[in-house]
Write a protein that binds this ligand. Structure first.
Ligand SMILES: O=C[C@H](O)[C@@H](O)CC(=O)C(=O)O
Ligand SMILES: [Zn+2]
Length: 287
């Protein structure tokens, strides 16, 4: 497990390109037949990816957590951005198709990831945070009929925002949040930009109560997103390519403009779970 420490805005404004990338960019999340995990001291979020190809992959706590098993004191959210796969939790096999998600509550001991088809492997993106109690483990789908253990995203949690004229027409699909999928602190969802729209989270915001991580994907090899971070009057950019993630400290804006449209997953942890508790920054104030 790779460790990232927290960083102060007073230092970050002096960082070079290399230093910014070293601190905040996770350049590769998916490694075939491996689980990659990055532990951040910021709210102790773990960001990672599991990409089973030839064989299934078992999630272990590693030495860093000093826990008997990964979710001994944690909860986890998953969104699969690859082909169809399964996540087995303490012997129960859950089908997690492409773009489907999962919440796994504290206390689940044995977690394994598998792909249905090695030619089109699953890519399980995961966010995990410390948890104080156990909420039910569920599969999360954008469409379909709810049944035992399967939650369908409510219409009110598919939020269309922006316009083509402002180059920010997008749909925010909230997977894990209070009232739909309960968690201790984790919130997670996926935002898709419409063709011709390139800006996410603009006008931008901060939420000092929560940190956030973005995973950008659905980008061709030569495409990129200029991800903007920093204090609103000290903005910096990080060039982010397909399937790379970027850590956003609580004090930072987090917004991006792509060389074309794309999709990204956002995950938040921290003080509260109030999605709309944002400090909005007028475009005129950005420097
Ligand atoms: O705090 C919320 C997060 O930054 C994202 O949900 C924003 C987002 O998906 C967007 O505006 O495009
Ligand atoms: Zn945000």
């Amino acid at each position: 497990m790779e460790l990232r420490t927290a960083a102060s805005p007073r230092d970050v404004k002096h960082y070079t390109t290399e230093r910014l990338r070293e601190e905040f960019l996770i350049p590769q999340i998916f490694f075939p037949d491996d689980i990659k995990l990055v532990y951040s001291h910021i709210d102790r979020i773990i960001t990672g990816g599991a990409m089973p190809v030839a064989h299934s992959l078992k999630l272990t706590a590693g030495d860093e957590l000093r826990a008997e098993y990964f979710l001994e004191r944690r909860e986890m959210g998953i969104i699969n951005i690859g082909g169809d796969g399964t996540v087995t939790v303490d012997g129960s096999v859950h089908k997690v198709g492409s773009r489907e998600g999962m919440y796994i509550g504290k206390g689940a001991r044995d977690i394994t990831f598998a792909s249905d088809d090695a030619e089109n492997p699953a890519k399980f993106y995961l966010n995990s945070a410390p948890a104080h109690t156990s909420y039910p483990t569920v599969v999360i789908k954008q469409e379909g009929t709810p049944k035992e253990g399967v939650v369908i995203v409510k219409e009110e949690n598919k939020v269309e925002l922006g316009t083509l004229e402002d180059s920010n027409h997008r749909v925010i699909c909230k997977y894990i949040l209070p009232g739909q999928v309960e968690s201790c602190q984790l919130e997670m969802g996926m935002t898709h930009l419409e063709p011709g729209s390139v800006w996410n989270t603009m006008p931008c915001h901060t939420h000092d109560r929560r940190m956030e991580v973005y995973l950008y994907f659905d980008l061709p090899e030569d495409a990129f997103v200029m991800h903007y971070m920093g204090e609103a009057t000290q903005t910096r950019h990080i060039v982010v390519r397909n399937e790379q993630a970027v850590i956003s400290p609580s004090w930072s804006i987090h917004s991006g403009s792509g060389s074309r449209n794309y999709t990204f997953i956002w995950g938040m942890v921290g003080e509260n779970q109030d999605f709309d508790d944002m400090d909005h920054i007028p475009n005129q104030d950005l420097l």
